[in-house]
Design a protein around this ligand. Structure first.
Ligand SMILES: [Zn+2]
Length: 181
């Protein structure tokens, strides 16, 4: 038995009318970085379809070293595979999307954070750095972190957005910018 069973039934429905997406550049010319929260699925919130955009998700949608590594690799891969199909050699935009009511916001409380560190063995300072207490502030910090990373390809731009759980609306905090611009 597995809890996947009802989902596998949904997959069966899906597969019946499925057409594979061709290997090509992401149709939306975008990579989304979002929280793993099950209330903020970008396929639903942004109407992403198969082949539209790679999505990188972690707790908070934070720009961690692992996220930067993934973006660096995707930029290399896209350049290798599709570099000749792109206008001006511009690869894609990375949209960093943080959200209200994030579960990581509880980590802003020192007591809760300490308890979390004790119980999980995770590093307390790292937990503090991961907290999204105010998505408007953290999204700006993370766009800046990505834009100033030496690993970010000059052909990749970065933008910042906030998703409001209460209204379902995504608003742009920072328009797309290239590193050094
Ligand atoms: Zn979250």
């Amino acid at each position: 038995m597995t809890r996947m069973n009802p989902l596998l039934e949904r997959n069966e429905q899906f597969a019946r009318t499925y057409t594979p997406a061709a290997l090509g550049p992401p149709a939306a010319q975008l990579i989304a970085v979002t929280c793993l929260d099950h209330r903020v699925d970008p396929a639903i919130v942004l109407g992403l379809r198969l082949g539209d955009a790679p999505v990188i998700r972690n707790a908070g949608g934070r720009v961690t070293p692992a996220v930067i590594d993934d973006i660096a690799y995707l930029a290399f891969l896209a350049g290798q595979l599709f570099g000749d199909q792109l206008e001006d050699g511009r690869l894609f935009e990375v949209a960093v999307i943080h959200h209200t009511q994030c579960g990581t916001s509880l980590l802003a409380d020192p007591g809760f954070r300490h308890q979390a560190a004790e119980a999980t063995g995770l590093n307390e300072a790292a937990l503090e750095a991961a907290a999204v207490a105010d998505p408007h502030i953290t999204v700006k910090a993370d766009v800046e972190r990505l834009l100033t990373s030496p690993l970010l390809a000059p052909t990749v731009s970065v933008s910042g957005h906030v998703y409001d759980i209460a209204t379902g609306r995504v608003t742009t905090e920072i328009d797309a910018r290239y590193p050094g611009a």
